[in-house]
Design a protein around this ligand. Structure first.
Ligand code: ADP
Length: 317
C-alpha cells in the first residue's frame, strides 16, 4: 500500500512516536509511507514526501510533530477537500492515517465519505476522545501538570496561601481531575463538576478558620477568570491567593513511556487495520485492549466524567 500520514489540530507529545510506529510498521509490511506536512493544509497544497526508515530515527522521545500541524477551517468545504483528494491521487496514495483530536477526526470522516480510506489516531493532551480510554499525549501533559502543581504547592504551603491552578481541557476535565488527585488538591473544578463559587468560597473560609494552612484548587480552562476568582477568594476566605495558568507548557516535552507505548501500539494497529481493509475508523484502547470505532460513532460519543475518580476526590481531599 501507499499510506499517507498527517498530524493536525493541536500538537501532542507522542505524535512523533506514532509517526515512527506507522512508518516502521508500514515498511515492515512492504508499504510505502508518505509524510504530509502541516495537516490538511499541507495535503491540499501537496506538501508530501516519502519517508524512509532513517527519516523517523531519533524522534521517539521528541515532543511536538516533525510533520508540523496547521489549521485549515476551509476543509469543511467539499471543494477544498476535492483539492486534497487530487493530491492523494497524484501521489497514488491509497489511504490516510490522521493524527489529532475531534476536528481532525471530522476532516478524516468527511474524506472517508468521499471514498478515501482513512483512519483516525487519538493524539491530544486533553483525553477528550471518548472512543479510547486514553489519548496519546495525555500522560505526558498529566506529568507536566503534576510537576508544576507540586512546585506551586511548595510555595503555597510556605506562604500559607491558596493556589488556583488552571490546566488545559476545554471539553474534558480529565487533566484537572487526574492532576488534582495526584497532587492532593483540596478542590477540583471541571466542566463536568461545574463551579459552585459560593460553596467554594464558603468551604475555603471554613478551612482557613479550621487552621488549614494552605489550599490547592485545580480548575479546567474556560470555566472562569481565575485571576478574578483569586481576588474573590482573598476577599472572602482570609487566604492570600494566587492564580496560575499553566497554558501551553502542558503541550510540550518528551513523551512519557505510557505515551510512547500507546503510540507504538496504535500506530502499528492503524497499519494492520488498513491491511485488513478496515477504514473509516478511529483506533484506541478500551480496558487496555486495542479497539476500533467508526469515526462517526467516535465523534458522537460523550466524554463521561469518571464517576469513580470524582467520588474519590470527595473522600480524600
Ligand atoms: P483537533 O484535531 O485538535 O480537534 P481542530 O479542531 O483545530 O483540532 O481541527 C483540526 C483541523 O481539522 C482543522 O483545521 C480542519 O482542517 C479540520 N476540521 C475541523 N473541523 C472540520 C469539519 N467540520 N470538516 C472538515 N474538516 C474539519
Amino acid at each position: 500500500m501507499r499510506i499517507g500520514i498527517l498530524t493536525s489540530g493541536g500538537d501532542a507529545p507522542g505524535m512523533n512516536a506514532t509517526i515512527r510506529a506507522v512508518v516502521r510498521a508500514g515498511l515492515a509490511s512492504k508499504d510505502q509511507v508518505f509524510g504530509i506536512y502541516d495537516g490538511y493544509r499541507g495535503l491540499v497544497e501537496g506538501k508530501i514526501q516519502e519517508f524512509n526508515r532513517q527519516g523517523v530515527s531519533e524522534m521517539l522521545n521528541k515532543g511536538g510533530t516533525i510533520l508540523g500541524t496547521a489549521r485549515l477551517p476551509e476543509f469543511e468545504y467539499e471543494s477544498v477537500r476535492r483539492l486534497a483528494i487530487k493530491q492523494l491521487q497524484k501521489h497514488d496514495i491509497d489511504a490516510l492515517i490522521c493524527l489529532g483530536g475531534d476536528g481532525t477526526y471530522t476532516g478524516a470522516l468527511r474524506l472517508h465519505e468521499m471514498g478515501i480510506k482513512t483512519i483516525g489516531v487519538p493524539c491530544t493532551i486533553d483525553n477528550d476522545i471518548a472512543s479510547s480510554d486514553f489519548t496519546i499525549g495525555f500522560s505526558t501533559a498529566l506529568n507536566t501538570a503534576c510537576d508544576a502543581i507540586d512546585r506551586l504547592r511548595d510555595t503555597s504551603s510556605s506562604h500559607q496561601r491558596c493556589s488556583i491552578i488552571e490546566v488545559m481541557g476545554r471539553h474534558c476535565g480529565d487533566l484537572a481531575l487526574y492532576s488534582g488527585i495526584c497532587c492532593g488538591a483540596e478542590y477540583i473544578i471541571t466542566n463536568e463538576s461545574g463551579l459552585d463559587k459560593e460553596k467554594l468560597l464558603a468551604d475555603l473560609k471554613q478551612n482557613r478558620l479550621a487552621g488549614r494552612k494552605h489550599a490547592i484548587v485545580v480548575i479546567s480552562e474556560h470555566i472562569t477568570d481565575v485571576y478574578q476568582l483569586a481576588k474573590e477568594v482573598e476577599e472572602y476566605s482570609g487566604y492570600e491567593c494566587r492564580a496560575t495558568i499553566l497554558g501551553y507548557v502542558q503541550r510540550g516535552g518528551a513523551p512519557t513511556p505510557e505515551d510512547r507505548l500507546l503510540a507504538a501500539r496504535l500506530g502499528k494497529y492503524a497499519v494492520d487495520l488498513l491491511h485488513e481493509g478496515i477504514t473509516g475508523v478511529a483506533v484506541g484502547v478500551r480496558n487496555n485492549k486495542l479497539h476500533n470505532t467508526p469515526i462517526e460513532e467516535a465523534l458522537a460519543m460523550k466524554n463521561e466524567s469518571n464517576k469513580e475518580l470524582s467520588k474519590l476526590v470527595q473522600k480524600i481531599s
